[in-house]
Design a protein around this ligand. Structure first.
Ligand code: A5P
Length: 234
């Protein structure tokens, strides 16, 4: 990606994050996603608390998001202490025309999926690079327990998933839950619904980054505006 493209993507993320902050209303419980687009949402929500005295509570989908929210003086509750989530706003790595997606590029897929599944309404904020016709160009993150992970790698390889263990600074990357992430380089996923069931049935797999029928609305940056894509009810 050249500098111009980087600047454009950054501007899109900022526009999306700030726009999405307007969806938060007084008294709501809000699930805060993870990633660079959500970072702008968090900043804007902090501003709304300071300037409008807006009051709401949140749950965070990662330690990083919790820290960022607290820095902006946004209250963060333990998921165990809240009974329902009105709205979750999160980023996404790729989504297809059915609004199914891949998440977990930032390593937070497990908490992100739990929070989304508990939410009354979920919105993804997506820069223009995230819309695809078919999922899979973005490597699918699969979260696994460290115990015997080399065997899990072997089994995923035999399934044709082409996994690589995610590294950071020369060490194996460890998630907030103490797990490893195997990024599966499949290039194209024929049947995401079948694959998510298959992956989650493997012993040692904790969760995978396919989010099927989990979002209600996608805010997609398009030109200088934002397209609102709503999930079709079946
Ligand atoms: C975090 O684990 C991911 O699911 C993020 O939501 C996703 O990677 C999008 O991140 P950006 O907003 O940084 O592109």
């Amino acid at each position: 990606m050249n500098d111009g493209e980087l600047d454009r993507r950054k501007a899109e993320k900022k526009r999306l994050g700030e726009f999405a902050a307007s969806f938060v209303k007084e008294g709501m419980t809000v699930g805060l996603g993870t990633g660079s687009t959500v970072a702008y949402l968090i900043e804007k929500l902090g501003k709304r608390i300071r300037e409008e005295h807006l009051s709401f509570q949140t749950v965070a989908t990662s330690e990083a998001t919790e820290a960022a929210a607290l820095r902006c003086r946004i209250p963060v509750s333990d998921l165990n202490d809240i009974s329902s989530i009105d709205l979750t706003i999160d980023g996404v790595d790729e989504f297809d025309p059915s609004l199914n997606g891949i998440k977990g590029g930032g390593g937070a897929l497990l908490r992100e999926k739990m929070v989304a599944s508990l939410s009354d309404y979920t919105i993804w904020i997506a820069d223009s690079a995230k819309a695809v016709n078919r999922l899979g160009a973005f490597p699918l993150p699969v979260e696994v327990i460290p115990f015997g992970y080399k065997h899990t790698i072997r089994i995923l390889s035999q399934m044709g998933c082409a996994p690589t263990c995610r590294m950071r600074d020369g060490r194996i990357y460890v998630t907030d839950g103490g797990h490893y992430i195997l990024d599966c380089h499949m290039r194209s996923i024929d049947d995401p619904k079948a694959l998510t069931v298959k992956l989650n049935s493997l012993p040692g797999v904790v969760e995978n980054g396919l989010f099927i029928d989990m979002v209600d609305e996608v805010l997609l940056a398009a030109g200088n505006g934002i397209d609102v894509l709503k999930k079709k009810k079946e």
